[in-house]
Ligand binder design. Structure first.
Ligand code: SAM
Length: 319
């Protein structure tokens, strides 16, 4: 686990110019848009009898980063549960809320804890570790939320890093626009990660509990190379190759860098859920996202990729 954590793909911490917390409006818009679905899911699907005699409702946000979007996401869930109690005339029986903010141990948790909403109506705890492992006791959580996180693979597929494999990804940093072997290796890694993820959550969530995800992905049938997020990785890779051609960085270093990101289709998500067999999909909506402003997008991309680039090439090339 220690090695995997060392290679973890984490966001920029702190609150500086290129920090994730200052460059995640794009993701926040999706959390805003998700609110009405959370309200509906909790109103229709949540059976309040799953809450045990301790009367505590436990929510985990997996891949919380350094904030602040995670606060909005958990507040939306709490509001929806409270409304449900009000509508049933049971406000006085509303549970207390315990929120578990999870991310890799390497995530910068300090800004998150320092900026916890002062008027929050919940108890907060940090849970360090990969959501590809078990994080919670059996039958513990009532609601699991995760936004913009499960597209991050637990690792770069082994074959893609192996010079002797047909899936060796020379001259690129991602599967987008790469060979079929590379695409296949990434697709298989995603399926394996989702299998793991769902297996662990199935153990941790109480019977009747709910999960909600925001997954940046691609429409069914759309080629990987035509997806905006993939094109962005491709462009970053070609910039790095330009720098290698100018002698600013070594091309071997570019060959050995691969981004552990996979943008799945709804069909792939459905297949993972069906194969796991413990969950059913009650609602799924494809939300086309507005094209972001260019400058905001490049800063947002930097806040997500800078740690990886810095570890691989050193700080000098960042700007
Ligand atoms: C793009 S950020 C999303 C943050 C926040 N959920 C939001 O919507 O703004 C993705 C986060 O997922 C975390 N992450 C990725 N893989 C993870 C894993 N296996 N276990 C825990 N956290 C993970 C990253 O460290 C990062 O903080």
């Amino acid at each position: 686990m220690a090695e995997a954590e060392g290679k973890a793909y984490t966001m920029n911490g702190g609150s500086g110019l290129y920090s994730y917390s200052k460059n995640s409006d794009f993701q926040r818009e999706a959390i805003d848009a998700e609110r009405e679905h959370i309200n509906k899911a909790i109103a229709v699907e949540l059976d309040i009898d799953i809450i045990s005699s301790s009367n505590t409702f436990r929510i985990a946000d997996l891949g919380c980063a350094a904030g602040p979007n995670t606060f909005l996401a958990v507040q939306n869930i709490i509001d929806a549960v409270e409304i449900k109690y009000q509508n049933q005339g049971k406000s006085s029986q509303c549970p207390e809320f315990h929120i578990f903010f999870n991310d890799h141990a390497a995530n910068d948790f300090n800004p998150l804890f320092v900026s916890l909403p002062p008027k929050r109506r919940y108890f907060a705890a940090g849970v360090p570790g990969s959501f590809q492992d078990r994080l919670f006791p059996r039958a513990f959580l009532h609601f699991v939320h995760s936004s913009y996180s499960v597209q991050i693979l637990s690792r770069v597929p082994k074959e893609v890093e192996n010079k002797r494999s047909p899936a060796w990804n020379k001259g690129r940093i991602h599967y987008s626009n790469s060979t079929d072997e590379v695409v296949k290796a990434y697709t298989a890694q995603y399926a394996k990660d989702m299998e793991n993820f769902l297996k662990h959550r199935a153990e941790e969530i109480v019977h009747g509990g709910l999960m909600a995800f925001i997954i940046p992905g691609r429409p069914d049938g759309r080629p990987h190379s035509e997806v905006f997020a993939n094109k962005s990785c491709e462009l970053l890779g070609s910039c790095l190759m330009d720098m290698a051609n100018k002698g600013k960085i070594s091309s071997e270093k570019v060959d050995s860098l691969n981004f552990p990101l996979y943008f799945a289709s709804p069909q792939e998500v459905e297949t993972a859920v069906r194969q796991n067999g413990c969950f059913s999909i009650e609602m799924m909506e494809i939300v086309p996202q507005e094209k972001p402003q260019l400058k905001a997008f490049t800063s947002s991309m930097r806040s997500g990729s800078e740690n990886t680039i810095k570890k691989h090439f050193g700080e000098e090339i960042l700007d």
